[in-house]
Write a protein that binds this ligand. Structure first.
Ligand code: CTP
Length: 224
């Protein structure tokens, strides 16, 4: 008997520090952790010109290809590798490349809508919402979008006011009620250590797994 995969969902508003929490949990946990950023599952918009892609509301749940994410998570949980799409924020689209992701004991699904979809919620063993003040989040977002994603300041502000903020209030913030744990202010060391301890406790060989393995050995010897 193998130990089932432990799935953690990490949600929170834009710039909340989800990626940092996910990375720190992964670094602290003693086993291989697979990170699945939900951004990679934005719908393929190759059929649209760049000017139109710039206008899409990327903070609405409909912007994502949920079916593909659910299918690929299912595959990982069944022990099969996946070809994970890759996303390029500068062109507002998927790239032509995919990355092969192998199954592992721990999977972290992270993104603004990690605690939104019912199927994903069902697959998660631990649901985390990272809560960071909106002023800190927008400042982080401005810095990231301008410096790393090649965006104009005026456009970042427009997008924040027209879609990011209202969608956060309508769709993202309410998913907090689906969380088992709400982490205040991003990379909170104590919270990261507690999450890592929980993951380790759930994935290490405990008495239940030892008993199951002993039974397997008995059944195997009965067959031979
Ligand atoms: N987004 C965008 N342009 C796109 C696609 C997505 O500006 N073509 C933005 C959406 O507006 C959404 C954000 O990407 O608000 C989602 O990413 P975010 O949560 O900000 O990024 P992370 O780095 O994962 O978050 P964190 O800072 O919490 O780690």
């Amino acid at each position: 008997m193998t130990i089932p995969t432990f799935v953690i969902g990490i949600a929170g508003g834009t710039g909340a520090g989800k990626t940092t929490v996910a990375r720190e949990v992964a670094d602290t946990v003693g086993e291989a952790v697979t990170r699945i950023p939900i951004d990679n599952y934005y719908e393929d918009l190759s059929h649209m010109p760049l000017e139109d892609r710039e206008e899409v509301n990327y903070d609405h749940p409909d912007a994502f290809e949920w079916e593909l994410l659910v299918d690929q998570l299912d595959s990982l949980l069944m022990g099969q590798p996946i070809e994970m799409p890759q996303y390029d924020f500068e062109i507002h689209n998927r790239t032509d490349e995919t990355v092969t992701v192998s199954p592992s004991d721990v999977i972290v699904v992270e993104g603004i809508f990690a605690l939104y979809d019912e199927d994903i919620l069902d697959m998660c063993d631990l649901r985390v919402f990272v809560e960071t003040d909106a002023d800190v989040r927008i400042l982080r977002r401005i810095r990231r979008d301008v410096l790393e994603r090649g965006r104009e300041l005026a456009g970042v502000i427009d997008q924040y006011l027209s879609t990011v903020k209202p969608m956060h209030e309508q769709f993202v913030d309410p998913t907090k009620k689906n969380a088992d744990v709400i982490i205040p202010e991003g990379a909170n060391r104590m919270a990261v250590d507690l999450l890592a301890e929980k993951v380790e406790a759930e994935t290490e060989d405990g008495p239940a797994e030892e008993t199951a393995r002993a039974w397997e050995a008995v059944e195997e010897s009965d067959r031979t």
